[in-house]
Design a binder for this molecule. Sequence first.
Ligand code: ZN
Length: 421
Amino acid sequence: MAVTVFNDVRVFDGSGAPLFPAQVRVEGNRIVSVKSLDDAMPAQDGDTVFDCKGAVLMPGLVEAHAHLSWPSSVERFVPGMSLPPEELVLTTARNARILLDHGFTSAYSAGSLSKRVEVALVAQIESGGMPGPRLIASSIERTPPIASDEQALNPGEIDPHGTGPDAIRAFVRGCAEMGARSVKFLLSGEDALQPGASQQLLYTDEEARAAGEEAKASGVWLAAHAQAAEAVKMALRNGFRVLYHCTYADAEALDMLEAHRDEIFVAPAIGIIQATLDANPPPHFDMREMKRSAAEVRERQQKLIPELRKRGVRILPGGDYGFPFNPNGRNARDLQLFVELFGYTASEALHAATALGGQIMGLGDELGRIEPGYLADLLLVDGDPTADVSILQDKRRLAAIMKDGQFHKMPLHLVEHAVHA
Ligand SMILES: [Zn+2]
């Protein structure tokens, strides 16, 4: 099996522990050894050896709130959010490659603009036909009925808008049968889209219970857009695993989040909030209400997130990238915002994006750390992200990107010894 050796690296192993000098060996798609420099193994014939000169080796990053089908990226600005179907498919594939280019070797989808594009994308990526992160695929985000959406469904098609427990069950089952692994519900509305909506519940308890039961039966995970305190509680009562935002969580919701901390993940999606505040739109595009809402959300989350962390809730970076003013590819900015707004150290933010990331991907004992036996999703960083996490936003600082033991970006300038048997 192909062996890759990273000599003379400083390792950030995902735990949050300080960097340590080491030699790391990868065989096939796994890390097989992490040895101190005194203990380093001599190269064997056929090994590909890189002399990394003290660069930092860390686990690949995990995006916990990905929208690969949302059009805008750091490579291409798209005004608005909708694309014709063919462009949507191609853009989604392109965004998958862009995330990987920026060090994100895994992504948990928070919903798609197309029913099946992410499932199809996963098949392409896993077959080696297309570059992209490991992806927990989702389908469209489920919202209640909207007046304009009256089109007839094709046989076997999933209905994203029907009401009542049976419609909910059918939707969840349909997503699972199609190959999605996570199903996202908008349990509450969103002030940024409609003032006051964050406090509105969009589902009944009966419907949320149906979602929870069917997800369990069908073997899929549930994710929730939950702003209102009652939406957070509804998610927790009904087995939702990933909770986004949680901005208005009250004392009871906090206690419930803590009680469920070993089963759930929270991603505040601070990236979109900061991007809204920073946006400088053209005069005809009125963002005043969105900015007002974002300022309130940021202020609340600055209290909420440290409190949840104190209670042992797993908080992950992941920030709704894909909007025109918050493009895909900028995802690592969330780590910087964790440091600047939530009181994380750089190492703590890195731990959240790697070790906790492995856990949200359902692979906590084999993804997100640099330890023997773990999957070889690795970044070789020119510079020390534990001193300044913002350097990860510059893809030129990523000297190497490896996913599943394969280089997406190989540090050719560091090859010391490559014998092809
Ligand atoms: Zn989102």
